[in-house]
Design a protein around this ligand. Structure first.
Ligand code: ADP
Length: 758
């Protein structure tokens, strides 16, 4: 037995001392009472009993205190000398013996008290431990059953010795059932777990595996399984512990992930294939423009590998002249984060450069930040070539228009829109930005020609097909400009059409032509004057004689008649001479006319229409100067056999007569219509319808020689015309023009076939 000194608090010590003192005092009181009653001094054993009580109840220290107190009390009250503390020597051994005995008893009592208390404490502790253990066990079981894992234990031979609630709930089997079934049906038949487990049992190595385990309803779910052996001191396996986590969801998620990854990879493969095979060069860059993908076509075109062209290396295939422009556009796009495009030449694998259109679009993420750029390069070489060719053609055309003073124009007859080429603006002396309208066109035209222009424009609107006319412009500086306009209607495939034409500034040509006309008309005039002179000379020469003879004979007649007796015989003779000479003069004139008409006859097949057009050209100046509108109504007539010059002279004369006849007309338009047609008789006729003053009811005198109503007229024109027409086997006559209040002069000639028959 070991003495365990337990330090007690002071209060306990005080209590111990008080109880010890009380016990001794009580014993003393009892002993004194007994002593008084019986006179017998109390025995030491009474005090021993009190000390034992103190030792048993309060421990050894109070007992020692009680013993010491007892020795004093005993001596003082019961040993001689009573009531004194002096001790007789003979009493000392008794007192020592008593003290020792009391101490021994106290010690024994205290030891027993301690042993009892220790036992009691140990029992209480054991009870508490048991309760705690039960509590821990309950908790452990609860924990094991609550862990969402299948927990089991095996005997060293692999037979189940424990399964938790999760295990039982999942498999639907109790421990006894699984032991009886020897774990059969627990794992999937194809499961590799069995072999691995057998190997672990044999080797004692821990097992880590995944396997499908059958659920109570027969469905297999995947578990991650860990099995570890527990060994004893000698290293022998006494037990295996196993834990299985359900990983079905993870497995499914893994499978789904694998599936979706596979699908994604397939889609990516497909996308890449598509991107690689679309007939366009495509690429992708990082947000900062770093190229991270270029499709196969791109690489094939440049003859590069992907590594060769990543980043900024693609720039090496850009034509050096185009690179700065492309770089600047690309940088601006990257900074502004907006789509854009640019054209540049790219070097092909064989070294040839082709034009491409670079287009790129930023790809934005959910928050709108640029996540990258997608771009394409489209081959525009053909378009570029066509553009260049077009530009070249346009330049050629513009130059040609400039050189030839020819402008082009178009008029959309549906919308009324006009288009002018640059040269047209130049010719019309209008600023390039001027909007062309019908009004503007009319404003540019000479006031006298506006009616004509309106007519031409109306024809365009009414569906005319072709135009070929001349028109005058009145320039701001009041100068005249002559334009020759040629146009035709073009109908496009889409159905709509427009009038497209060219206008040529023929002012210079017209001026020189006018000079020519002037020279021609001067020549014609000279010819007429010469003809007249010739006629006059002939008349003078030929007629002079008969006239002189007539005059002489007339004078002789007068003399004969002046005699007192007129000599009528001589008068008769003289008058007969006068008649003869008159006839001679008439003969002379007839001969001269005959000479005029028959001379220089060079007959050949001619077209009257051609002659009319030639005369129009010759007389254009006079027509314009006198504001005469000349119209044609020329039918397809057979040619005739005639002297071209003489026939021309006839036409000139008739046109000039009409122009001169209309010069005083102001109340109506001065219109001359020249018609060619074939008569029922088969003869070719040409009529000149004017809007002049008209002719007398009997127009025949007009054809007489020297008949003229004009101040400076010779009166020979119609007479000679008739002679010429008749000399060609035709006829010339005049009649009123009911349509225009004017006159109609018309001639007819036999056609060429008729001449051939003759
Ligand atoms: P000239 O022209 O020299 O007068 P012509 O013989 O050509 O001689 O004409 C004779 C006349 O006939 C003219 O003076 C004119 O009075 C008349 N005449 C000719 N042509 C026309 C015409 N188209 N309309 C009216 N009168 C005409």
């Amino acid at each position: 037995m070991s003495f365990v000194h337990v330090r007690k608090p002071f209060r306990t010590h005080a209590a111990d001392g008080a109880i010890a003192s009380l016990a001794i005092a009580a014993t003393l009181a009892g002993g004194l009472g007994l002593h008084r009653l019986s006179g017998v001094a109390p025995s030491a054993s009474l005090f021993s009993f009190a000390i034992m009580l103190v030792a048993w109840s309060r421990g050894i220290v109070p007992a020692i205190f009680a013993t010491a107190l007892t020795v004093f009390v005993f001596k003082y009250f019961f040993l001689e000398p009573i009531y004194s503390l002096s001790v007789r020597v003979s009493d000392i051994p008794q007192l020592v013996f008593f003290a020792l005995a009391a101490l021994l008893v106290s010690f024994l009592c205290d030891s027993e008290r301690r042993a009892k208390r220790a036992l009691k404490d140990a029992k209480a502790k054991a009870r508490a431990n048991e309760a705690r253990l039960a509590e821990i066990q309950r908790e452990l079981q609860l924990t094991i059953d609550s862990i969402p894992a299948m927990i089991s234990a095996y005997r060293p031979d692999g037979v189940h010795s424990y399964v938790n609630a999760v295990w039982t709930d999942y498999t639907g089997m109790t421990l006894d059932e699984v032991v009886a079934a020897k774990s059969a049906g627990l794992f999937h038949p194809d499961d590799p777990e069995r072999a691995a487990w057998q190997a672990s049992l044999a080797s004692g190595e821990p097992l880590m595996t995944e396997a499908p385990i059958r659920r109570a309803d027969g469905v297999y779910q995947w578990f991650s399984i860990r099995r570890t052996p527990l060994r004893d001191d000698q290293g022998r396996i006494v037990r295996w512990y196993s834990i299985g986590f359900n990983i079905e969801d993870r497995k499914n998620a893994d499978n789904a992930l694998r599936d979706s990854e596979a699908r994604l990879a397939a889609a990516e493969r497909q996308l890449r294939q598509t991107l690689d095979h679309i007939p366009i060069l495509a690429w992708r860059t990082k947000p900062d423009g770093y190229a991270e993908y270029l499709n196969k076509r791109w690489l094939d075109y440049a003859g590069f590998t992907l590594e060769d062209s990543l980043g900024w290396q693609w720039m090496t295939v850009i034509h050096p002249d185009d690179l700065p422009g492309l770089q600047s556009t690309w940088t601006k796009m990257l900074e502004a984060k907006v789509p854009g495009e640019c054209e540049a030449r790219m070097r092909r694998a064989d070294g040839a450069y082709r034009w491409f259109l670079f287009r790129a679009e930023p790809l934005r993420d959910e928050v709108g930040a640029v996540a990258g750029w997608y771009g394409t390069n489209t081959d525009i070489e053909d378009r570029k070539q066509a553009e260049n060719a077009l530009q070249r053609n346009q330049a050629y055309l513009a130059e040609a228009q400039k050189l030839s003073s020819t402008g082009s124009f178009a008029l959309n007859t549906e919308t009324g829109e006009h288009f002018w080429s640059e040269q047209t603006y130049h010719i019309m002396q209008q600023p390039l930005e001027t909007r062309v309208t019908t009004d503007l066109v009319l404003r540019c035209v000479h006031p006298d020609d506006r009616l004509k222009m309106v007519g031409e424009l109306n024809q365009a609107l009414e569906g005319g097909e072709q135009w070929d006319y001349e028109i005058r412009l009145l320039m701001p500086d009041q100068s005249l400009k002559y334009l020759h306009v040629i146009a035709r209607r073009v109908t496009y495939e889409a159905g709509h059409g427009e009038v497209i034409g060219a206008l040529m500034d023929v002012t210079e040509a017209r001026k020189s032509q006018e000079a020519l006309y002037a020279a021609q008309s001067a020549l014609a005039h000279a010819a007429r004057v010469a003809t007249l002179g010739e006629i006059s000379a002939t008349i003078a020469h030929e007629v002079n004689q008969p006239l002189a003879a007539i005059v002489a004979n007339g004078q002789a007649c007068l003399r004969f008649l002046d005699r007192r007796e007129p000599d009528l015989g001589n008068v008769r003779g003289a008058v007969e001479w006068i008649v003869k000479d008159g006839n001679r003069a008439a003969d002379v004139i007839r001969r001269v006319r005959g000479l005029m008409t028959k001379a220089h006859f060079e007959k050949s097949p001619v077209s009257v229409n051609e002659i009319i057009e030639e005369v129009e050209a010759l007389l254009r100046r006079q027509l314009d100067a006198r504001n005469v509108l000349l119209r044609f109504d020329l039918k397809d007539v057979p040619s005739i056999v005639a002297d071209r010059t003489q026939l021309q002279q006839v036409v000139i004369n008739l046109v000039m007569n009409a122009i001169e006849a209309m010069q005083d007309i102001t109340d109506r338009a001065r219109i001359l219509v020249i018609r060619s047609f074939r008569q029922n008789t088969g003869r070719v006729a040409v009529a000149f319808d004017d809007s002049g003053p008209g002719i007398p009811d009997d127009p025949e005198p007009l054809f007489d020689a020297f008949f003229s109503t004009k101040a400076s007229g010779l009166g020979m024109g119609l007479s000679i015309c008739r002679s010429i027409v008749e000399a060609h086997g035709g006829r010339l006559w005049a009649m009123p023009n009911p349509a225009r209040l004017g006159a109609v002069f018309q001639f007819e000639l036999p056609p060429e076939e008729a001449n051939e028959r003759n």
